[in-house]
Design a protein around this ligand. Structure first.
Ligand SMILES: Nc1ncnc2c1ncn2[C@@H]1O[C@H](COP(=O)(O)OP(=O)(O)O)[C@@H](O)[C@H]1O
Ligand SMILES: [Mg+2]
Length: 317
């Protein structure tokens, strides 16, 4: 359904580009939940926004690659076709539900507006109630008449998900949907996304900086670092036997509630895409780095296979 191939989304000038997304490939099949994981600043949101061409162009420009959605080439789409894609094909849920909901409108009318726009001819009142109960809101009528500030963060995010569903999307892009929420609510929202993915046979691209939450949800995980995918695999493979030292680092940085494992953050920071280090972009932070890592960028071991890592000294071959 979605196929991103060697996508390069840059900002600024062709001479000195900011290489926010620098050659990533991934696919999402109908009804599949795929996770994209990486620290803040590694290019996840730019990837997400590229899918519907939501970044202003310029400063953004596509320096290479392609995005195919439902057999159509997104990078050559214009006006009406892009609007159809944004409304009907791909819907988004973002990190801050409070910032995406209109504070002066009650929740019901906001969901209703999306229903009327994307499902003309349906009984909007009934559909709003159905959507709100689909996202686990037990008293849809009362919630519909509430203002966003009267709802908890978790309820606001459920309302946002209902609005996204009103578009009947084939693909839901959830960009850090739980980052602003308490951990208990976080688990509920992730479980809800999994339920809805199954119920609606919808593709989901779940974007998060937290490897801990993908275990609940995803089938396939792509780990992103400095504009590139550095490791891909099934959830089991990634969580139990990561191959890339960066993935290992992300796992070690997830706090464990039970057990005596200490949390070890990865030293240093994600490099800025205007000035990536030479060779492997992770080498300045990598405990396994050697001379070759400083000079040669490792390619993914097998570009289109499910299990793949871009490392000169992988932990698992
Ligand atoms: N409009 C822009 N102009 C220049 N650089 C940008 C712009 N938007 C994002 N970036 C840069 O692209 C990089 C990736 O950003 P982003 O995709 O938001 O990261 P993530 O979502 O993984 O935290 C960051 O270094 C960010 O500063
Ligand atoms: Mg982001």
């Amino acid at each position: 359904m979605l196929a991103i191939r060697e996508l390069r989304t840059y900002f600024g000038s062709h001479e000195r580009p900011i290489r926010a997304v620098d050659g990533i490939s991934l696919t999402v099949a109908k009804g599949q939940l795929v996770a994209l994981v990486g620290e803040s600043g590694c290019g996840k949101s730019v990837t997400a926004l590229s899918l519907c061409r939501l970044l202003p162009e310029p400063p953004a420009f596509f320096a290479g690659g392609s995005i195919e959605f439902d057999g159509k080439d997104v990078l050559t789409m214009k006006g009406a076709e892009l609007r159809r894609l944004r409304g009907g094909g791909i819907a988004y849920v973002f990190q801050e539900p409070g910032a995406s909901l209109n504070p002066v409108l009650r929740v019901g009318p906001q969901v209703r507006e999306a229903v009327e726009l994307h499902q003309p001819g349906t009984d909007a009142t009934a559909e709003v109630e159905r959507l709100l109960s689909d996202v686990g809101i037990h008293d849809p009528a009362r919630t519909a008449s509430a203002y966003p500030h009267e709802l908890s963060g978790g309820m606001q995010q459920r309302a946002m998900i209902a609005m996204a569903l009103a578009c009947r999307p084939k693909l839901l892009v959830a960009d850090e949907p739980t980052t602003a929420l308490d951990v208990t609510i976080e688990a509920q929202i992730i479980d809800l996304l999994v339920d809805l993915q199954k119920k609606y046979a919808m593709g989901v691209l779940l974007i998060t900086h937290n490897l801990g939450i993908v275990a609940r949800a995803a089938e396939i995980v792509h780990v992103m670092y400095a504009g590139r995918i550095v490791e891909s695999g099934s959830v089991e493979e990634i969580l139990t036997a990561p191959s890339h030292p960066y993935t290992r680092g992300l796992l070690d940085a997830v706090p464990a509630v039970h057990g005596d494992r200490t949390v070890r953050p990865i030293d240093g920071n994600v490099p800025h895409p205007a000035s990536f280090p030479s060779g492997c972009r992770f080498h300045p932070r990598c405990p396994r780095a050697d001379a070759v890592c400083r000079s040669e960028m490792p390619e993914l071991s097998s570009r289109y296979a499910a299990r793949s890592a871009a490392c000169h000294f992988p932990l698992v071959d």
